[in-house]
Structure formats: C-alpha cells, structure tokens
Ligand binder design. Structure first.
Ligand SMILES: Nc1nc2c(ncn2[C@@H]2O[C@H](COP(=O)(O)OP(=O)(O)OP(=O)(O)O)[C@@H](O)[C@H]2O)c(=O)[nH]1
Ligand SMILES: [Mg+2]
Length: 712
C-alpha cells in the first residue's frame, strides 16, 4: 500500500518574485512537518531546496526543487521554484503537475514584476491559487498596500482569510477571519497560541469574515441559500465552498506569513490539507486523442515526466506525477513517445538532493525514478497494452540567441556533447548548428539563463566556453536586370580550358513576364534551401553551346549564389537566362563552363543594382501602460516600424517590425530600462532590403575581411 492515498496527497507549487521568500517558506514547511529538525537559511546556504552549488554562488534559486512534508495525515508535495524570469521553464513544468499554487507577495514591496509574470502562467493553467503576504516582520512591510495592489492586479477574487495585528519587528499576531481566532506566536515562531479575537479587532474581523462568507456563497447557490437562511455558514461549509471556488479559479484566499520567523506556515499547511484540491478533485487530464484520463488509483498506471536532472555520480533522475493507477518499484511501463519499455527500478520521494526509496506511489502523487533508458521531459509512460499520451508542457520560445565556442581549438565534439546534455535537461534551451553562419547557436531565455548554461558546461564538463554575437543570415538579391559575358580560357600545356557564357539576370518575382527578346527553350525552377527561388532559362539559339554544358553553368551560378558577391550571403530570387556563348571543339569541358557561368553571374550581379536583404522579425513587447512610451522610443532607435498597440492580459502590447541585427542586445536592455517589468517575443517575418548606409558598411566589412583572408 502506498503510504498516502490519492485524497491525502496535495501538490503545491511555490511561486513569486525573486526574493519573496519561497525557499524560506519551504524550509518552514519541512521543519513544521518534522522532516528536518533545524531550519536552514538562504544566507547560510543550508536550505534543503537551494542545495545546488550554483544557487549557493548566486544566493537565488535557479532550479525547481521537489520536496515533501507530512502534516496531520496528509502528504504535501512542495515544488519550490526560482523567481527569476529567465528560469520560467522551471516554473511552467512545476505548474503543470501542481494542483495549487501559493503566490508569495513580499509585504515590503507589494506586487512585483515577477508576481505579474507568474500570474499570467497560472491563469493559463487555471491553477487554484493561494496568496501569502510574506515578510510581515520587515520594518517596511505594508499589508494593506500589498493587498490592495494584489486586488488591483489580480482582481477582487482575492479574499482575505488573515490579516496581521501588527507589522514590522513587532509582528507576532495574525487574525484569522475564517476560523475567527487570533494566532499569537512566540519568538521562535512555530505553533502559535490560539486566542479569541481581541475586542479592538472584532469589528474589522467580523467585516472581513462577512466578506469571506459572501465571496464563498457568491460562487455556490446552495451555500447562498443557506447563508440567507442562517445568516452564517459553518467552517465545513466555508471550506467546501472555498475548495469548489478555488478549483474554478473564482476565489483566491489570502494568508499572512513571516517565513523568516516561521510564523503562519503551520496554518497555511492545515488549509492546504483541508481545503486545497487533491489531484482527483481537479478536472481530468486531457490526452492526445481527446480522451480524458481520470486520476484514479485503480485505473491504468500512467505517469508524466515533467523534469529530468543529471546528478553527478548518480545518473539521470526523472521527476514525474502519477496521473492514474499505482506505480510500484520493479514495474515495467511503456514510453508512449518512444515505444521503449522502461523498468521503474526504484521509486523515490524527494527532499531536495535527498532521496528516500518507497515501494509505491499512487495516483496524484509526485516522485522520482533513476536511470530510465530513453525518457525525456513531456513523455508519458503507461501500462503495456495502453495508448495514453498526456498533453505536453508548452515551453515559451527563447528570446536571446548567442553563438557559443570552446576557448580551446579542437574541442568541437566535446562541446557538442556537452550542449546535447544541457538541452536534454532544459527544455527552454535550444541548440542549433548553423552551417550558413558557421556557428553553434544557443537560444535561451536571457543573460542569466546563459550564465547558468556556461556554469554547467564549465563545472560539469570541465571545459571553458565563450559566447559571441551570432552572425546575421543576410541575403542578397538584385533590383534590375543586367547582361554579362565571361570567357574562361586557359592554355598551360596539355589540354586547355575554354568556355564562354552570355547570360542575363533579372530580379525574379511571381508572375513576371517572359523575356520578350529571347527565345526560351527550357526552364528550371529551383526552390532554394535558404528561401526564395532561382529560375534558370535556356535561351540558347543555334547551338552556340552544347546542351550538356547547361548544368555546368548552373553549377557555377549556384556556387556564387551560395556565397553572394556583396557579403558572401545566400542570393535569392533571381532569374538567369543563358542566351549565348562559345565552345572550343577540344578545350571546352564542364569545369570551364562552370567557371564561366560563375564569373558571368558575378559580373552581372554587380551591375544589377545588388541589394542586401536582412531578416526582419515581428516583435511583440508586453509592458505596463506607463512604459509604452519608453518601449516605443527604444524600438525607434532600432530601425523598428511600430505597427500598432493592443492589450494582452494585464499588459499593453506594442507590435513592431524590427531587423534582427538590431535585436541582439534587446533582452538585457529591455530588462534594464523597464526594471524587468516588460517581456517580449519575436518571430521571423520576412526579408527586407537594408538601408543604403547599412548596405555600404556591410559590403565594406565583407571586402575587408575577404582581402585579409586573401593576404593571409
Ligand atoms: N524579514 C524577512 N525576510 C525574509 C522572509 N522570508 C524570506 N526572507 C529573506 O528574504 C531573502 C530571500 O528569501 P528566499 O527564500 O531566498 O526567497 P525566494 O523567493 O526563494 O527567492 P528566489 O529563489 O530568488 O526566487 C532571504 O534573505 C530570506 O532570509 C520573511 O518572512 N521576513
Ligand atoms: Mg528560492
């Protein structure tokens, strides 16, 4: 038998802006549950959750951590998440498996950027939410301001369950308007005395109690009728009503805390046990086929992997939630994505970096296993003979791209292996080897994310790496037509080489007319791998050159198109008509015509008003309204075309078209001039011609480099 059945397992995720006290609260919860007998602190680097060396260095959480506590007959799985926005992937995967979110608000700062950003995700998942106003012992704590900001940002569904009797250093009493008692804490925190509400607080407490009941009753007709009849609801009725409203995302109870002094965490845990939904009370999971999967301990065994971590000397740990059935150690499950049978050799419950083996985990529970053969994040594993695939976590697109290199020559393969491992356990990090740019690119969430990647490579793989700006994938094309002739002739002993090609190049566009003065005898349309087209016409009359040389000429043209004359970038959207030439009965061969074709194309290209095209992206910046002016002003310094504004959630959205070349430092800049209050996304839109000055500079830079390479 699993130690806890489904209805006695609660899964919570701690959320909040950087430094709001999530890790400290997790420590309190473990301490209260007797899992640890001393509370560590973030400053002393001895908390259970922030165990990673990198977290000690930074003084912040970087990875989500699974912990669990047992409190009054319930198991609470706690996922502590990092507050820094770059690590949002850790938050999203945790939200996917949690059944309630606890959003910490720092009473000294009110609603912060991170709170807003996290909120957006919780709304997508419709996670039942609790708000907890933390740091009430801080000298600058302001509970009322924090609550009114929270209501302004997240709506009046926020319902006060607790308020502090005093704030700042003297904070030690919390009035609970659900239970209608006052909790009075001793200096060491922990278990408070339960006292009647003092007379001077009665009026406020009763008013808030009424508000709470009305909020609960307002979401349930039966309760509303009872409330009208009796003028009151009892504690059980309130709890039942709250649970239902929380599941529907209609009510967000608000609690008080000082995690630092361990005041308030026990009551919060009691509420989680008694009111927050267990997994089987939440809507069933959706599968790929549209069939819902009920969270039933007697159903087919089915787990979903939300995170993997490679631990030194241990191997790969896979974290999962049991969505159906009961998982036993030794069981064999099938990975729906890969079809591979995986043996669950060991099952663990986890305390940060400590694992405790268990025999069974039941539906709704979260745990870990070691050394699965080919299982990744987002994979569903299930009983043999079933076909269940749960919907994957959708991770946000990257918004910073950098090229990465080893500082030592000859380590390319080692770097490739290191990057492979890195992206394997971090779904928000993408690696791309670009043959066009001759660079390995890392797409990630921001500078901090990049720094973590570097740390991991340097510490785990023992190799030094550096980041450099990625090259831009420019394109070249032409604006008018030009004819050219090139004769390739070489006579140096033995067989000579001879080929003469006359060709015309024109800017190609869909539906363009056929050449009026040429006789088109053959057409080839080549879709180019890098976008755009090459349309190749045979317009040769009178057998001036043999048919068999046309592919050689095309080869030459293609070669030049892969290394355009202006900047060495790919050429696109050109029509080439070969209309004349000359052959030599002995010296003409494929190579001669290839060279002649290449050179004729190059010459014609230079005379055809050549243009450099640059990739232009659609950029959407989401920011609070007061920042739109600054955001637009900054975009305008980046050659952006601001196309409009809209709203999205709580944000104003600025929509613009911006050249990629101007976006390379955007992530860090936006963060700094908005103090992290804005976010953005971008997606490729089209290629556009660069302005004249930019073209001149790019062409000059290229010819300088080309000359240097020639000289070297
Ligand atoms: N005064 C006071 N300080 C607190 C309280 N809770 C946490 N802190 C301190 O605030 C700092 C940040 O706390 P953490 O627990 O690391 O915050 P976090 O939310 O986990 O932060 P990230 O992991 O960076 O997102 C630490 O120095 C804590 O000691 C509190 O209730 N009162
Ligand atoms: Mg933390």
């Amino acid at each position: 038998m699993a130690e806890f059945d489904t209805s006695h397992v609660k899964n919570i995720v701690l959320l909040g802006h950087v430094g709001s006290g999530k890790t400290t609260l997790a420590e309190c919860m473990l301490y209260e549950a007797g899992i640890i007998n001393r509370r560590g602190t973030v400053a002393e680097q001895n908390t259970v959750a922030d165990y990673h060396e990198l977290e000690h260095e930074r003084g912040n959480s970087v990875f989500s951590k699974l912990l669990h506590s047992k409190w009054r007959g319930y198991k609470i799985n706690i996922i502590d998440t990092p507050g820094y926005d770059d690590f949002v992937g850790e938050v999203i995967s945790a939200l996917r498996v949690a059944d309630t979110g606890v959003m910490l608000l720092n009473a000294a700062h009110g609603v912060e950027v991170g709170t807003d950003l996290m909120w957006e995700y919780t709304e997508e998942f419709k996670t039942p939410m609790i708000f907890a106003v933390n740091k009430l012992d801080d000298e600058t704590a302001d509970y009322d301001k924090t609550v009114s900001e929270a209501k302004a940002h997240f709506g009046s569904n926020i319902t006060v369950v607790q308020y502090p009797r005093q704030q700042g250093a003297g904070f030690h009493e919390i009035i609970d308007v659900l239970r209608m008692v006052m909790y009075k804490f001793h200096d060491a925190g922990g278990k408070p005395d339960k006292l009647p509400i003092p007379d001077d607080e009665k009026a406020r407490a009763e008013e808030l109690h009424k508000e709470l009941i009305e909020a609960v009753a307002g979401n349930d007709e039966t309760l509303m009728e009872k409330y009208f009849e009796k003028g009151e609801l009892d504690e059980d009725e309130i709890k039942a009503g709250m649970k239902k409203a929380m599941i529907n995302h209609d009510l967000f109870p608000l609690f008080c805390l000082s995690a630092e002094r361990n005041m308030g965490s026990g009551r919060l845990m009691g509420f989680i046990d008694n009111v927050c939904p267990s997994a089987n009370e939440m809507p069933p999971q959706q599968t790929r086929t549209g069939q819902p999967l009920a969270c039933d301990a007697n159903g087919p065994a089915c787990i979903f992997v939300y995170k993997t971590v490679t631990e030194p000397h241990v191997g790969e740990l896979s974290f999962f939630k049991v969505y159906s059935g009961t998982i036993k150690s030794g069981m064999e499950l099938v990975n729906e994505t890969t079809g591979v049978a995986e043996k669950i050799n060991q099952l663990f419950v986890v305390e940060g970096n400590k694992r405790t083996a268990v025999n069974e985990l039941t539906a709704g529970d979260i745990g870990a296993t070691l050394k699965l053969r080919s299982t990744r994040v987002n994979n569903t594993l299930h009983d043999k003979g079933k076909n269940i695939e749960l919907l994957p976590i959708e991770f946000p697109a990257a918004n910073l791209t950098m090229a990465i290199e080893s500082t030592k020559k000859g380590e390319e393969e080692k770097l490739a292996a290191a990057l492979h491992e890195l992206k394997h356990e971090d779904p928000t990090l993408k690696v791309e080897v670009s043959p066009e740019l001759r660079q390995t690119l890392i797409h990630c969430m921001g500078e901090m994310h990049l720094a973590v990647a570097k740390w991991k490579i340097e510490h785990m793989q023992k190799m030094e790496v550096k980041f450099i700006k990625p090259r831009i994938a420019y394109r070249e094309t032409i604006r008018r037509s030009a004819d050219s002739m090139y004769r390739h002739k070489k006579q140096s002993g033995g067989n000579g080489q001879f080929g003469e090609v006359h060709l015309r190049i024109e800017p190609w566009h869909e539906g363009m007319p056929e050449p009026a003065d040429l006789n088109v005898r053959g057409k080839e349309i080549h879709e180019l791998a890098w976008g755009g087209k090459l349309v190749y016409y045979n317009c040769i009359v009178g057998g001036a050159i043999d048919q068999r040389f046309l592919p050689s000429i095309l080869k030459g043209v293609m070669e030049k198109m892969q290394e355009g004359p202006l900047t060495g970038s790919y050429v696109r959207d050109v029509r080439v008509c070969v209309f004349d030439g000359k052959m030599h009965p002995v010296d003409s061969n494929d190579i001669s015509f290839k060279i002649a074709g290449l050179q004729a194309f190059r010459q014609a290209f230079q005379q055809a008003d050549p243009q450099i095209l640059e990739p232009v992206y659609k950029v959407e910046v989401l920011c609070p309204e007061d920042l739109t002016g600054a955001v637009i002003g900054d975009l305008q310094t980046r050659r952006a075309m601001v196309e409009g504004m809209d709203t999205e959630g709580h944000f104003t959205k600025v929509i613009a078209k911006v050249p990629l070349a101007e976006m390379q430092d955007y992530s860090g800049n936006l963060r700094s001039f908005t103090q992290g209050r804005a976010k953005f996304r971008m997606s490729f839109l089209e290629y556009e011609t660069v302005p004249f000055e930019v073209q001149r500079k790019l062409a000059d830079d290229y010819s300088k480099v080309a000359k240097e390479e020639l000289a070297a």
